[in-house]
Design a protein around this ligand. Sequence first.
Ligand code: 13P
Length: 254
Amino acid sequence: MQKIFAANWKMYKTRAQASQGAGELASGLGQLPAGHEVVVFAPFTSISCVADAFNGKPVLSAGGQNCYPAEEGAFTGETSPAMLRDAGASWVLTGHSERRHIMGEDDALVARKTIFALEHGLNVLLCIGETLDEREAGKLNAVLEKQLSAVFSAMPGNLRGDALVGRLAVGYEPVWAIGTGKVAGPEEVLDAHAVTRALLQKLVGETANRLPILYGGSVKPNNAAGLMALDNVDGLLVGGASLEAKSFLQIIGA
Ligand code: 13P
């Protein structure tokens, strides 16, 4: 199984800071086991800085945090997958909870973005996750099913089965654990990842066993190893603790 360590820099870092941070990552990263990949999801303005700093290191990739599902057009403020690729990105995040809950993106838009980005040559880290209210109302499974099925029920035939392997990863991020310091407990992570794997199996069959599922939400150097040891945790999606190269490298090394 592919393992992915992803940094989500959110709306942080100038171009100079991004170049410096990505340079520190590139020089500090030791030899990774086969199949491991590190992706930095940077703000649009600094994707090219990250890609330049990573140039030539095949396990390091740059990604965008959002894209719009059209090739070009009158979509003020938006960026197409081709533009992200032109800036040096090979990945994009879709469905991050901050886009769902702050920018109001619904499941249908997340599905369109995910499919369009895949069709236009980007790999996608599709984020899903429940709010605290949804969890307390016993709706975890229903929320994850709704978020995943919106995407997979619309997936075109040429993006089914093996075509998704190496191109699509799922990030489970409980909204209540993002930026709060509250990491989900091992039982909660095990359960949510098992639910996610089972839903993927229902939606894409055997291919589901080859799609990495990442955990995100208050990942730190001191909890990374414990999270990675859990069944169905195939990587980590790190916000705050990825902003310093040193702590992100500690997470990868753990
Ligand atoms: P934190 O690691 O800061 O909780 O953020 C998680 C996240 O949203 C990554 O996408």
